[in-house]
Ligand binder design. Structure first.
Ligand code: UDP
Ligand code: MG
Length: 325
């Protein structure tokens, strides 16, 4: 097999603190793989600047001037991590034999990259990085992640636990992924649906090299909600079960009131009335909002708006991006 042309895609959102280090580390690995003839000399490190408001783009441009392995793509504003990955894969997928996506903060072990390339050369199309030790994450982060994977499993969504967005995809796997045109993207749910020969590689997740998380709680909740509602209608079904349960309960209540009436005991007043009123009101509102969530999703999909807008694309623009160094 001819050396595969690899593109490593790194989404960056306000990563000025960590980017010089990660560029050094990832660039070093790529250069080594090239010199060992494991990958083609036309392989690249593609930074996708997701509308950063700090000096991230300046750093990327400086890197581009320093060595031809570095290249960048800049969004017109912040479109989110998943869209940054999609954009990177779209532009790189057309001219690369494989792409690897990895976060900018080096939490995912870059030393796994050579193993991913070896797995590609062994004929795997999808190679998933799986964290076997999350002790570096905060307890809260681990707890939320665990509960999330649990919930997803219960509602029947196929996810690979502890696999995030550190993965290698071959050219044909990327092409298949690009067929998924939904606006609300949840890549780690879609990738297991692609099929193809798949391999998992385990590694230890480390603390962030520098900078702070770009996934605050609010974003995490949105991301999890997207994950659930993009793949399952279990919440809507749950409303049906709750509604049925409450209806049965109220039937019993009716019998109880009727019996009380028959035996001449006074029906106790409005306390029970108010409680059931508030209770039912609450359940109804929750029900409506869950359905609303799906209607909102449909609305977003029907509009078919672009997932991202590219302001500058140095990857495609550079005419020599296919020529060896
Ligand atoms: N990121 C991005 N756009 C965003 C948020 C995050 O491109 O809107 C990038 C970020 O720069 C990093 C990766 O996504 O490379 C993962 O983010 P982070 O490490 O902050 O998430 P965590 O590891 O804390 O879940
Ligand atoms: Mg991180």
């Amino acid at each position: 097999m001819l050396e595969p042309r690899l593109t490593i895609i790194v989404p960056c959102f306000n990563e000025e603190e960590v980017l010089p280090t990660s560029a050094e580390v990832l660039g070093g690995i790529l250069t080594r793989l090239i010199s060992e003839n494991q990958i083609s000399a036309a392989s690249k490190l593609l930074f996708v600047d997701d509308g950063s408001r700090d000096h991230t783009w300046d750093i990327i441009q400086t890197l581009e001037k320093r060595a031809p392995i570095y290249t960048g793509l800049k969004f017109s504003r912040n479109f989110g991590h998943q869209n940054a990955l999609m954009a990177g894969m779209k532009v790189a997928g057309q001219v690369s034999d494989a792409v690897i996506t990895i976060d900018a903060d080096l939490q995912d072990d870059p030393q796994v990259i050579p193993k991913m390339v070896a797995a590609l050369r062994d004929g795997h199309d999808v190679v998933l990085g799986v964290r076997n030790d999350r002790s570096s994450d905060s307890r809260f982060k681990r707890w939320t992640a665990e509960s999330f994977y649990d919930l997803m499993r219960k509602i029947g969504v196929q996810l690979v636990p502890d696999h995030a967005d550190f993965r290698l995809l071959s050219r044909r796997a990327v092409a298949a992924l690009m067929e998924y045109s939904e606006t609300n993207l949840f890549l780690r749910g879609i990738v297991p649906q692609l099929g193809f020969p798949t391999k998992k590689l385990y590694y230890r997740r480390r603390p962030r090299e520098a900078g702070t998380t770009k996934y605050p709680l609010k974003k995490m909740i949105h991301f999890a909600m997207d994950g659930v509602t993009s793949f399952s209608i279990a919440p809507i079904k749950a409303i049906l079960s709750i509604g049925t349960l409450i209806s049965c309960g109220s039937l019993l209540m009716m019998v109880y009131v009727f019996v009380q009436r028959l035996f001449g005991q006074p029906v106790d007043g409005w306390a029970s009335l108010m409680i059931s009123l508030w209770f039912l009101g609450g359940i109804q509102l929750i029900g409506i909002s869950v359905v609303g969530e799906y209607v909102g999703k449909i609305f977003a999909e029907v509009k078919h708006r672009p997932r991202y807008i590219i302001e500058t694309d140095d990857f495609t623009a550079v005419p020599d991006h296919l020529t060896p160094l």
